[in-house]
Design a protein around this ligand. Sequence first.
Ligand SMILES: [Zn+2]
Length: 134
Amino acid sequence: RFARDVNHVIAKHLVGKAKGTRSGIALEDLEDLEDIRDRVTVRKVQRADLHSWSFHRLRTFVTYKAAPAGVPVRLVEARDTSRTCHRCGHCEKKNRPSRDDFRCVGCGFAGPADHNAAINIGRRAVSHAADDAA
Ligand SMILES: [Zn+2]
């Protein structure tokens, strides 16, 4: 219940901020998680990816709140967003020495892994938007 309430607050804040800055929201498409839910045991799910479960719910809240606010939400393919360097584009598993850290073996860029992935997700959404307009 706590996670649910926190997710509602975060979703409200994200949508409010996007609306205020006339921006859209880009999220990773984690549709495959729904398949995983049907396959794996509860224990495996808890161990593997509680973080992703919560994120999945957050995505649902964001989508619900964004529509009436007129904020576009774009889902982008999640593949490699967390192991690609946003600065030089180098993609390698070794770029991610731990869950929280990003350290590019190509150009040396280092920073929080979530922040690096967020930049990649945003760029992917913008480049898809350009594809749609073309
Ligand atoms: Zn790099």
